[in-house]
Write a protein that binds this ligand. Structure first.
Ligand code: NAP
Ligand code: ZN
Length: 356
């Protein structure tokens, strides 16, 4: 890989300077515009639980690390090969910004499954010059046009950013497992991902049952569109779920007791675990009983991301967001850790990064 960095765009972001460190203002540079690049001024950035994992739990490969892979912004400048975007366009960028482009998943626009591993929006290495990618908790971004998306008409720009990770990560498996009318679908963990999953599964026509550990959320989750809400800490209520579900989408961010949810699957049904815990608390015999399946899924590629955005606009699906100032990011991380957010923090960067 060439190590010939050409940086000419001064940038400022919120960075963790070391693993577990507080986020602080940090100046760096974005690359000079290449032929197919789009440079944007960032307006809003969603705060995903993966950002917290990256900073605190050792997912981060290299520090300083600027998190953020749910990005809404306005185009400032485009490279000479870009006709799809122009200055002033409202756009979105998600979790990946490049891929090998030649493997089968890439050729099928499923770049999140690129066999050479996609280039992550932050904490990755640019495929052309080898420079480190820095995320959306910052004032600007430069990305190849293939991984930049127009905001469809009808979507609110203030809340659209979380669709680019939380949205696509749940939309993709719901589509893959053909969720629709006649199916009973469980959504486990009603946070950033889970609350959107409730909305999508409902719009797709399924009977939606939400599982939460938070009694205070029960009433709100019903309003999000769940037909039923089950308190998953209630053993009696969980015992009644056995052999009920055609599909379960699990968005829990930590290792937890998965056995009652595996028991809740019908014959041949699948539980798709999105949370990427270090290990599973699971009795394999429960898979044997009922030939049940445990699977996972990773965000989504460019084709499905465009489809998800159109679907969201058509069905009026947007995340519930709590807007924060850049200076409030460390408090937002603390609250996210304590499961105290309804349901996604979004950093308002319209006034820049503010004072130190
Ligand atoms: P989040 O907003 O924190 O939501 C996670 C939810 O899990 C919480 O709201 C809570 O829901 C539930 N929960 C938390 N601790 C729990 C525990 N100990 N036991 C049972 N339930 C618990 O996080 P998020 O941003 O939605 O992300 C969810 C997970 O998906 C994270 O681990 C993230 O890294 C991962 N992720 C994966 C992908 C992928 O490609 N597979 C993409 C993005 C994110 P209740 O209060 O309703 O119980
Ligand atoms: Zn994410």
């Amino acid at each position: 890989m060439a190590q010939n960095f050409v940086f000419n765009r001064p940038a400022v972001g919120l960075a963790a300077l070391e693993k577990g460190g507080a986020l602080k203002k940090w100046t760096f540079a974005r690359r000079a515009l290449r032929e197919d690049d789009v440079a944007i001024k960032i307006r809003y950035a969603g705060v995903c639980h993966s950002d917290l994992h990256a900073v605190k739990d050792g997912w981060g490969g290299e520090f300083p690390l600027v998190p953020g892979h749910e990005i809404m912004g306005v185009v400032e400048e485009v490279g000479s090969g870009v006709t799809e975007f122009k200055a002033g366009d409202q756009v979105l960028i998600g979790t990946i910004v490049d891929s090998c482009r030649v493997c089968d998943p890439c050729k099928n626009e499923m770049e999140s499954y690129c066999r050479a591993f996609p280039t992550l929006t932050y904490d990755g290495n640019d495929r052309v010059d080898g420079s480190r990618t820095r995320g959306g908790y910052s004032d600007t971004y430069v990305a190849d046009k293939r991984f930049v998306y127009h905001v469809p008409k009808g979507l609110d720009i203030k809340s659209a950013a979380p669709l680019m990770c939380a949205g696509i990560t749940v939309y993709s498996p719901l589509r893959h497992w053909n969720v629709g009318p006649g199916m009973v679908v469980g959504i486990v963990g009603i946070g950033g991902l889970g609350h959107l999953a409730v909305r999508y599964a409902r719009a797709m026509g399924a009977t939606v049952v939400a599982f939460t550990t938070s009694p205070s959320k029960i009433h709100e989750i019903a309003k999000l569109g769940a037909h039923e809400v089950v308190l998953s800490t209630d053993a009696d209520a969980m015992a009644k779920q056995a052999y009920r579900f055609d599909f379960i989408l699990d968005t829990v961010s930590k290792k937890y007791d998965m056995n009652p949810f595996i028991t809740a699957l019908k014959l041949d049904a699948t539980l798709c675990s999105l949370g990427i815990p270090d290990s599973f608390e699971l009795r394999p015999v429960l898979l044997t009983m009922g030939r049940r399946r445990l699977s996972s899924s990773g965000v989504g590629g460019t084709r499905e991301t465009k489809e998800m955005l159109e679907f969201s606009a058509k069905h009026g699906i947007a995340p519930e967001v709590e807007m924060i100032k850049p200076s409030e990011i460390n408090e937002a991380f603390r609250r996210l850790e304590k499961n105290d957010v309804r349901y996604r923090f979004v950093i308002d960067l319209t006034e820049g990064l503010g004072a130190d």
